[in-house]
Structures are given as structure tokens and as C-alpha cells.
Design a binder for this molecule. Structure first.
Ligand code: ATP
Length: 365
């Protein structure tokens, strides 16, 4: 973080049972979360899951219906935004069109009535950090989307805030610029060591930038973990199918004990699970990622399937298959060597199989 030792606690943000209702809609539902100093926390989830509402409560732009918010040891639930030491970067950037880049960046310092020389030095340093030095005299309309985005970031940076709050800051950029700016923001985070809370519905942004992901569904915190934890051990069918492309295959199956090993059986599935939980005859939802399936000849034990189509992704291919009434995708290095209409068996290593409860969708193992 920005300091060492005891200072670490100062910018820790704690959400304690944060809830926000709009009439009958519960946008954010009892969220408990500790955001550590220096962490890059991504609030991830589908449209309407409550990400922006949660971020706006942290920023102080929206009061919670229930729960409290602490910054270090201070209860900031009722503090106005300007007293929170947090800088918000919006997707619309909200730059002043009539002001130059330099004056846009320096705006928060002028509002604080800092001496001119100090403002100029600080703006120059921030411009240097963000590679904006050559653009300081331009107006926002003379900038590209990515440059505007950096100016908005600069205006946040110049305040030296305890944390940066970002609401889909890349959503107005085209795909190529997004990838570049994504890497820039991640690099900036490493360099500054600042706390960042970043809202997105884009799983690639979450996977590549986050130190931890808070996955939200219908206002609830569905899973909290590093990108690897959420990807490798999804807590629910929702988490399993939200991250990954194509999404994780999820099939209805029954767990059977056969010769002391466990198998998942359905009409078209016969897979050794290699787990030691005892769930005889238990119906489950069996999850397996497309990249963890391998193609075996028909007749082998596994998931019996028929290829319904093959998609060329360049370096990889995805075979769309049908197993009974279920659809199963297989992803691998091109060429996969299968043709539409072909019958095959799909196998996976036991450590790549996920079992979920049929009713709740929660992970079982
Ligand atoms: P998106 O990615 O589409 O922006 P989100 O995850 O950020 O979605 P929110 O904007 O936080 O979701 O909205 C969560 C829920 O709260 C939605 O059902 C939304 O319709 C509702 N909501 C948000 N703001 C208001 C408001 N001011 N008045 C009424 N309902 C609201």
C-alpha cells in the first residue's frame, strides 16, 4: 500500500451487511466484505446484479438502507462523498469540455485552493505517469476515447486518494483499446499500490486485473476469491457458468458407488469421479469445463456425445456436441480432428469435475 506497518489498516474498506432497497427491489442484499489496502477488487456480475449500487454506496453517492461502511476504524456510512478520501472514475469520464487536459486534471486541486505552483507540479507528475504530457493543452473533444479515459484517471490520481472507485471505465472503448487500457490500469495499480474497486460485467477484465473478484448475483455476494479460486473452484453453478468461454458444461447426473469408486451416471454418462464423498444414488449437477474434456473413441467410458458443429477460433476449436438432451462444448487446440455428425466419447480427469447440488446449485465437493 501507500504506507507500511500500521498504515495498512487505514485504507481498509469494510462493508458490514450493506443493503440497498429501491421500493420492492433489493438491489444490494446484506453484503459483508473487507477490501484490503492495496488490493484490486473487481465487483463482477451480470447486468442488474447490484454492482453499481454497491459502488455508489462505497463512494457515498447513495445511502444504504441497512448496514455500515468503515474506512479503517472510522464509520463513514454517513460521511458525504467529498470527505471520504475516495476518487470515483465513471464510464462517461465526465470531463469539462471547455477546459484543457491540464485544467481538467488539476480541477480537484484548484477546488481545494492549493497554490498554483504546487498544482502545476502535481499535474505534470500525473501527466507523466499516464503518458499525457504531450496532450496537456488539448481540449477533451480533441482526444481519443482512451486518452479521455486516462485524463479521467488523472483527475482521480491527482488527489492522492485512499482508494479509486471505477464504474466500467473501459466500456466506451473499442475492443483493441480496451485490451491495451486494461493492461495499463493493471500496471498502474502495481506501480501505485493503491486500493482499487472496479465494477465490470466483463469476465476477461475481472480475470486479468483483479487480485480478488467479488461475484454478485441478484444483489448477493455469490463468491469472493482470487481469479484462480473462482475459476478453478466455483462455489455454485452460477459462478461456474459466469466465468469461462464457452461456459462450463453442466449436466444432470446421478452419483453411484461402483466397486468402491464413485461414478456419475446418466443415460449417456459413465465417468469415474475419484472423490471420496459418499453420495450414493444422489442426483447432482455435474460440471466440466470445455477445455478439460478430451476426445476418446466411442465405446470408452465417459460422456457419449454426437458432434453438432465445429467453431474455428483461430488457434483453438470448439466442438459443439449433444449428449442425450444436453449440450456439451469441447475446446482444444486446432484441429480437434472431429466432424459434424461424428459420435465420440468425452472424458475428463477426476480433478476437473465439479459437483453441484440440484436444488441450491451450491458446490458439493
Ligand atoms: P448494470 O451492469 O446494468 O449497470 P448493475 O449490476 O450495476 O447493472 P445496478 O445498477 O446496481 O446493477 O442495479 C441493481 C438493481 O437495482 C436493478 O434491478 C436496478 O433496476 C435497480 N435500481 C438501481 N438504481 C435504481 C433506482 N435509482 N431506482 C430504482 N431501482 C434501481
Amino acid at each position: 500500500g501507500r504506507g507500511k506497518g500500521a498504515v495498512t489498516l487505514v485504507s481498509r474498506i469494510q462493508l458490514r451487511g450493506l443493503t440497498r432497497r429501491f421500493g420492492a427491489v433489493t438491489a444490494v442484499d446484506d453484503v459483508w466484505l473487507d477490501i484490503a489496502d492495496g488490493e484490486f477488487l473487481v465487483l463482477l456480475g451480470p447486468s442488474g446484479c447490484g454492482k453499481s449500487t454497491l459502488l455508489r454506496m462505497i463512494a457515498g453517492l447513495l445511502p444504504p438502507t441497512e448496514g455500515t461502511l468503515h474506512l479503517g476504524d472510522t464509520d463513514i456510512t454517513h460521511q458525504p462523498p467529498q470527505r471520504r478520501d475516495l476518487a470515483m472514475v465513471f464510464q462517461s469520464y465526465a470531463l469539462y469540455p471547455h477546459l484543457s487536459v491540464a485544467r481538467n486534471i488539476g480541477f480537484p486541486l484548484r477546488a481545494r485552493k492549493l497554490p498554483r505552483a504546487q498544482i502545476r507540479a502535481k499535474v505534470a507528475a500525473v501527466a507523466e505517469t499516464l503518458d499525457l504530457t504531450a496532450l496537456l493543452d488539448r481540449k477533451p473533444r480533441e482526444l481519443s476515447g482512451g486518452q479521455r479515459q486516462r485524463v479521467a484517471l488523472g483527475r482521480a490520481l491527482v488527489r492522492d486518494p485512499g482508494a479509486f472507485l471505477m464504474d466500467e471505465p473501459l466500456s466506451n472503448l473499442d475492443a483493441k483499446l480496451r485490451a491495451g487500457t486494461r493492461a495499463e490500469i493493471a500496471e498502474l495499480h502495481r506501480r501505485l499500490g493503491a486500493t482499487m474497486v472496479y465494477v465490470t460485467h466483463d469476465q476477461v477484465e475481472a480475470m486479468t486485473m483483479a487480485t480478488r473478484i467479488a461475484l454478485l448475483d441478484q444483489g448477493r455476494l455469490e463468491q469472493l476469491g482470487t481469479p484462480a479460486e473462482v475459476y478453478d473452484r466455483p462455489a455454485s453453478v452460477f459462478a461456474a457458468t459466469f466465468l469461462g468461454s464457452p461456459a462450463m458444461n453442466v449436466l444432470d447426473a446421478t452419483v453411484l458407488t461402483v466397486d468402491g469408486t464413485l461414478s456419475a451416471r446418466a443415460e449417456d454418462i459413465d465417468l469415474p469421479l475419484g472423490i471420496d464423498a459418499t453420495m450414493p444414488d444422489r442426483p447432482v449437477r455435474l460440471g466440466v469445463r470445455p477445455e478439460h474434456l478430451t476426445i476418446a473413441p466411442p465405446g470408452e467410458p465417459g460422456i457419449r456425445a454426437v458432434v453438432t458443429g465445429v467453431e474455428n477460433l483461430g488457434s483453438e476449436e470448439v466442438a459443439q456436441c449433444r449428449s442425450g438432451t444436453a449440450r456439451v462444448a469441447v475446446r482444444g487446440t486446432r484441429p480437434l480432428g472431429v466432424r459434424t455428425g461424428e459420435a465420440l466419447t468425452l472424458t475428463a480427469r477426476p480433478e476437473h469435475l465439479h459437483l453441484f447440488d440440484v436444488g441450491s446449485g451450491r458446490r458439493l465437493t
